[in-house]
Design a protein around this ligand. Structure first.
Ligand SMILES: [Zn+2]
Length: 401
């Protein structure tokens, strides 16, 4: 039997510091005596570490609490802007980056158009985004969190496969970490969005949660028991390539009739275009300059104006998604689902169709407990989630705000 090596003085100190930072963050404003009570550390240890944290600008005094007989205790809180994290969303149309403080507040954000670039060009674009954010930081940088489409091995920081960007086995965390000398954490974009909702979301905190991105691709991030579930090969939640339709359209993955080919933004546009081509005087065709240029926004406008072809295209796609949601919830018995991505701009009727189909295809017992909603589209959830991931890992923070 091997005796585990005794923690070194340095390790103990780092551990205690993390425990104290987390306590001040979650329970602050809080007195030194209450920190000691909460953490089971001695008053001396707490005072020493607080002195050091306050020297580094992370903790500050914010007045006095109620006295319990003696002198009123000094209260402390964590300075939100003492550390900032770079959160990146390597999205489909844009690479978005944000400087996020410890409270999840966005201090600065930048968006660079991808314009179809891939491979090394796309990597250069990531560097350009990081360069600008590093230059704009007003607090000490804690690290970089990255959410990217595709299959991601988060523990090694490697993108296994991102088809849009033509990246295969790209060690992105290592490349960014060495270039900027900062810790980096990497996750799939849907997983990052799930973490954002878990860390910063307004909804009551639930241990299990599924966040589904519906844009050019379709993918889910799954949080189980408060932890990101990544599966055996880091591809948990890759629902976009579940076969939905026999003899369907060829998918970019090589398969046929995948969920992506019937529920994604390009699928809706393609379907609407095909229907409109057979409708003389179609509103859809008038709303785009040329039929070939039809966009999801054109479909949305026609849909809102009551165009029957747009309606068919949108609601058919919604029902396919609802069916996939029913599979997912049936397999996992998770009650809370959040949707985000460009397709959610189709609004309430689209969401209602997803909900109806998911309920119709589920056990009544489960259907009654389902909560399917859309994420606030104004929030950069992927960049926020990527930064939450880094704060969780490097500061031990789990609740934010
Ligand atoms: Zn596919």
């Amino acid at each position: 039997v091997q005796v585990p090596p005794k923690a070194t003085h340095q390790q103990t100190r780092e551990h205690n510091e993390r425990v104290i930072v987390r306590t001040v963050y979650e329970l602050g404003p809080i007195s030194r005596a209450d920190i000691a009570r909460q953490t089971n550390l001695t008053r001396t240890t707490v005072s020493d570490i607080i002195a050091e944290l306050s020297g580094r600008g992370m903790v500050e005094e914010v007045g006095r609490g109620p006295s319990s007989g003696g002198k009123a205790p000094i209260l402390l809180h964590l300075v939100g802007d003492s550390r900032q994290v770079i959160g990146l969303d390597l999205g489909e149309e844009y690479f978005t980056g944000a400087l996020v403080n410890l409270r999840g507040e966005i201090r600065h954000s930048i968006q660079l158009p991808v314009q179809g670039c891939n491979g090394d060009e796309a990597l250069s674009l990531v560097y350009r985004l990081c360069d600008q954010l590093v230059a704009a930081a007003t607090g000490s940088l804690l690290g970089v969190g990255i959410g990217t489409p595709g299959v991601v091995d988060g523990s090694r920081g490697v993108i296994r496969w991102a088809v849009n960007l033509d990246w295969q086995d790209l060690p992105l965390a290592d490349l960014i970490g060495r270039r900027y000398d900062l810790p980096v954490s990497l996750a799939n974009d849907s997983q990052a969005a799930a973490l954002a909702e878990f860390a910063f979301g307004d909804a009551p905190r639930v241990p299990n949660l599924i966040v589904i991105k519906v844009g050019r691709g379709v993918g889910a991030g799954i949080v189980l028991g408060g932890e990101l579930f990544q599966g055996d090969g880091y591809a948990a939640g890759e629902i976009g390539h579940i076969g939905m339709v026999d003899d369907g359209v060829a998918c970019r993955c090589g398969g046929v009739g995948c969920l992506e080919t019937v529920a994604s933004a390009p699928a809706i546009v393609r379907f609407a275009r095909a229907l409109a081509a057979e409708t003389p005087g179609s509103l859809l065709l008038r709303s785009s300059r040329r039929q070939a240029e039809l966009t999801l926004d054109d479909v949305r406008i026609a849909f809102e104006a009551g165009d029957p072809d747009a309606r068919t295209a949108v609601l058919t796609a919604a029902r396919h998604l609802g069916r996939a949601v029913a599979f997912l919830l049936g397999a996992m018995d998770v009650h809370r689902v959040l949707l985000h991505g460009s397709v959610t701009s189709l609004g309430q009727p689209w969401l209602d169709a997803v909900r109806d189909e998911a309920r119709r295809r589920s056990l009544p017992l489960l259907a009654g407990r389902m909560h399917i909603d859309c994420v606030d589209a104004r929030l950069p959830v992927v960049a926020l989630g990527a930064s939450a991931m880094l704060m969780t890992r490097d500061l031990g923070l789990s609740r934010f705000r």
